[in-house]
Design a protein around this ligand. Structure first.
Ligand code: FAQ
Length: 313
């Protein structure tokens, strides 16, 4: 690093340490820019791909009220994707490039969305556990050092909180229902619990980016810290639902002041991340199809935008 870059880097870190937000036109280390593009775009892709498992149940929601809420939730996820793509674009990459990376299978998105939704209870479990895990992770991101990302996350977190409640309420209704409904609830929680814990990413010792991202105040808490917080919060919520979390090792540890829990199947996690989960291929196929079938909408929008520019000239 030459002297000037070193000065700039020191100044940048001092700003981060002093909690001054970094804005798009400010100088930033190239690795900070790249880390943000990576994380924000993975997050945007997750929101967009995340519409698929739930979208699968819109036509089969058990009542008009449930259908309206689910439809609104899925639309919210599309909105989150859009705010996040916009935040990533402020870092000097275009949305087209980001979307291409997803469609070509080069970009990651959250492992959780590669699991199927097999019953109506899964819509409740996604709200409770998947949105619950997402909020646990994302509240810290409302204080991320990069201004456009932090500001996008404020609204996203508010909406995710509503999503979490609508999911929990679905499960609460099932928990007071027939034996069949209670069994459906338990079966669904059995399937979603471990994948939800994987959402927080690898253990701290295996996490390649955490240390630097925490120094840059992109992340404020480590993967393991957040996972533990999530588990601690879920145990009481599960009791209230009268449901058993599928982990025989789950036990309060007085000394640690936290619940101990069993081993996560990291082999499964990495297989899903590598593209070999139960639905990876279907998810990308569905996104590619949507992109191709939406080409005329993009063309029409661009033609209209072109006309407006022409008429102003
Ligand atoms: N899945 O070094 P770390 C939602 C990758 S949104 C796939 O620990 P980092 C809303 C990671 O990218 C859910 N890959 O990485 C919703 C890295 O690979 P790379 C998404 C994962 O970035 C609800 C490698 O492993 N949320 O649910 C996963 O410091 C319902 C090493 O990992 C966000 O994206 C994973 N689970 O920490 C929507 C939040 N975990 O890039 C619809 C923002 C790790 O070097 C319905 N992101 N990897 O090739 C973050 O907070 C972070 O990026 C972490 C990972 C915590 C996900």
């Amino acid at each position: 690093m030459n002297a000037t870059i070193e000065n700039l880097a020191d100044h940048f870190q001092a700003k981060v340490d002093a909690e001054v937000k970094i804005e798009p036109k400010d100088w930033m280390p190239e690795k900070y820019r790249k880390t943000l593009i990576r994380q924000i775009s993975q997050h945007a892709h997750s929101e967009v791909v995340g519409m698929l498992p739930e979208g699968n149940w819109i036509t089969r929601a058990p009542s008009l009220r449930r259908k309206a809420a689910l439809l609104a939730k899925v639309q919210d996820e599309a909105g989150h994707g859009l705010y996040l793509y916009s935040a990533a674009e402020t870092l000097g990459i275009s949305r087209d490039e980001l979307v291409d990376q997803l469609l070509e299978g080069k970009a990651k998105y959250s492992s959780i969305f590669n699991y199927p939704t097999l019953s109506w209870a899964d819509i409740g479990s996604i709200g409770w556990l998947v949105d619950g895990a997402a909020i646990m992770n994302q509240v810290m991101l409302t204080r991320a050092s990069y201004g456009p990302y932090a500001r996008a996350m404020v609204r996203i977190c508010k909406e995710e909180s509503f999503h979490q409640r609508q999911g929990y309420e679905i499960l609460l209704t099932l928990s007071k229902g027939t034996d069949e409904q209670k069994a459906m609830l338990q079966e669904s929680v059995n399937r979603w619990w471990w994948p939800a814990l994987m959402m927080f990413g690898p253990n701290d010792a295996e996490s390649t980016h955490s240390e630097q991202s925490m120094k840059w105040k992109i992340k404020r808490k480590s993967n393991d810290e957040l996972r533990q917080q999530f588990i601690d919060a879920c145990v009481g919520q599960a009791e209230f639902l009268n449901v058993t979390l599928p982990d025989p090792h789950l036990k309060w540890n007085e000394e640690r002041g936290h619940f101990d829990f069993g081993d996560i199947d990291w082999e499964e996690f990495w297989e899903v991340v590598k593209g070999n989960g139960p639905c990876n291929r279907d998810r990308l196929k569905a996104r590619r199809k949507a992109h191709e079938e939406g080409a005329w909408v993009r063309d029409a929008a661009m033609a209209y935008a072109g006309k407006r520019v022409e008429s102003r000239e």
